[in-house]
Ligand binder design. Sequence first.
Ligand SMILES: Nc1ncnc2c1ncn2[C@@H]1O[C@H](COP(=O)(O)OP(=O)(O)OP(=O)(O)O)[C@@H](O)[C@H]1O
Ligand SMILES: [Zn+2]
Length: 808
Amino acid sequence: MPDNATAQVIINIPTRKIDKPFSYVIPAHLSAITIGWRVLVPFGNRRVEGFVVGLEIESTQGLKPILEALDNYPWFDNNMLATAKWLSEYYLCSLAEAMRLFIPGQSGIKIQKSYQTPAELDWEHAAILLSKKPAEYRTILTYIYEHGPVTLNNLTKLSSQINPIIKFFLQHKLIITANSINKRGQAASLTVINLAVSREVAADTEKALPKNNTAQRRLLQALLHTQELTTVELRRLAIAPNTVKKMADQGLVTVRNVPVFRNSYAGLNRQAANLSLTAEQLQVLQELIPAIRNERYSSFLLHGVTGSGKTQVYIQAVAEARRLNKQAIVLVPEIALTSQIIARFQAAFDNDIVVIHSKLSVGERYDAWRRLQTGQAGIVIGARSALFAPVNQLGLIIIDEEHEFTYKQEEAPRYHAREVALARAKFAAATVILGSATPSIETYFQALQGRHKLLSMKKRVDDAPMPSVTVVDMRQELAQGRRSVISLPLQDMLTETLAKKEQAIILLNRRGYSTFVLCRECGHVLTCRHCDISLVYHAPSKILRCHYCQEKQAVPDVCPECGSRYIKYFGTGTQKVEEALKGLFPLAKIIRMDQDTTSRKMAHAKILSAFAAGSYDILLGTQMVAKGHDISNVTAVGIISADTALNLPDFRAAEKTFALLTQAAGRAGRGSKTGRVVMQTYNPEHYAIIAGAEHNYSKFYQNEIGFRQQLCYPPYTSLIKITVQSDNELTVHRQASQLAAELTQKLSIADTAIIGPFPASVNKIKDIFRVNILIKTQNLAAITKEIYSMNIVSRNNVIVDIDPVNVL
Ligand SMILES: Nc1ncnc2c1ncn2[C@@H]1O[C@H](COP(=O)(O)OP(=O)(O)OP(=O)(O)O)[C@@H](O)[C@H]1O
Ligand SMILES: [Zn+2]
């Protein structure tokens, strides 16, 4: 057998085990296929989607051919391919897992069994066979002929007795089975049909048609009449797609698909963007613009205080990229909380933007990505998944609020968008801007080391002052006999704010949200039976709920442990704070934003815009009230429990607390009126609280980085978290100990420590026990290579998380 062109194909099925490409023959009619194409290939007894990652000339003996190309262009360009390879190597996932991040909806196809009539069907013979059968048989066969391939599902609608009919047809070879691929998420398109021959030829053909060929006749007549037909009109004329296809095959008509693009963000409010830039904005742009023009890899950390006008810098940077005909990716932490930044971008760039969010259907996502791929749009805004958009002219990636932990994906592949963005920008020779008022310790450290160029904006727009912060020591409040969750200074600030018709935001740190139930006799805390975590009391429904598995439970009358009746609710939930506020300010309009009120689609955005429009006086909620909003009438921010997160056994506890306090305080006084902040805490002497109250990032950084160095935490080391899981508690501990021993033996690499195994902080979730092993290393590349060769990743009960955000 001669050597021939073959393609190396990565099979898109979600398994950690197959991680090598398979060779397939490229048939002559698909010779256009090159690296980066999506194809349909036989795999075992299935037909699956695959990605071409290599081409070769080799013996085709025993190789199967590619069945179809799924697009008529390569989906992956070089930098997308290189990024996927990098991601799979860095995060130890399969190449298929990494590549499917770039595909709308994980897999581009769905395969369905369906039926069609064979091309050589002898209708006279069929008529004889069917003559003794009910009329239904004829109708259904004709339907299959005209509409085929059709699925069983479709045929069930035609007859209640479809199975024996299909069986009969199959037996007598009146129909054959076919697997129709349903290419998911195709761009909505309009099929347009025109004559491919002159009107005379068409008229003659029509006359020469056999009498019973009414469908073709109708089509020709319609085309002679109107020149052009669309799918809608075809349906009205009862002309099946098959008819059109046959006539196209005979060269009588042409069929074109004209894409119709959907834009689900079209209705969003526009905001004017005709601002003259501040001195600091100009200064920062003087560094950014040449870098973007340079078209070489470069990365920047834009450290600008809250309200310094970072969004406007992003817009100008993107505008520069667009002038150069380069495309831009803009990442935001959470799309629901960032409608303001989207509105500002839309005001500046209009239809040049596509917005990617999790509520998009696969079809909408596909359209959005096609608009970028074809250059019809130049900018994509979205949460971390927008990073995988198929932009072939990538010039700029912006990560707003780069410190946010939502940039880390907590399911496989466990990538961090910041790292992937830097990698993709390197492959694409693009510029990266990481922006934040509270940069992550890692990023700031890297900037000081020269890995990113550090740009700062120290002042708010128009020289507006930073808000003044009062730290309230809650121990003192208690000593003075005040037991309310609202301290006197907070109450005073709110009274004055409401009197001036200004607005306030009250933040309740998340841990404080959990209202747990405790027995005062024996100290027993009610926990979920499936997850090792306290149940949360919900006041309106008077039930207990587990926030991990959502199981509900009534509050018992007596303690299940000791039988005592002294069961009490503890902790400060948003509902409890709401009640306290209502008691103090009965006339104030209060709106609550937490997991309970925002589970519905776009609920965040609705609550925020109602608050921004002045329909409410006080916005009360968990972390989400602290993020990114820019509402000029908000002059007061109250933080109920500034320190709850500090007590978590997490080495990032101080960093998270500082960022939250600074971001929350940063919501106050962004307009012409000066803002005020009250922070309530039991730890007023903690450096995170002190620096947070002073808006002093560098003070915080200096303290924190010393602590990180002392305890060998990132950025001085890299971490790998290995989690072993089992539904059996003994097994999980035994397996984890074995694995830890195995690791200790194999990983005798310098500057590496293995910690654990230790039970995860939530030791059981949904009846699965979890035990962690933490590896601290200064040789991440060497260690991941070793872990890869130990084949740990493909074990089903083990999760490997590189650079984990959550180490508990
Ligand atoms: N050059 C300018 N002239 C006047 N107003 C401006 C200018 N630049 C930005 N602004 C306004 O200043 C406000 C704050 O800007 P922006 O929301 O971009 O701040 P930010 O730096 O992103 O803050 P945060 O980190 O708190 O989100 C916005 O209302 C914005 O419209
Ligand atoms: Zn549970």
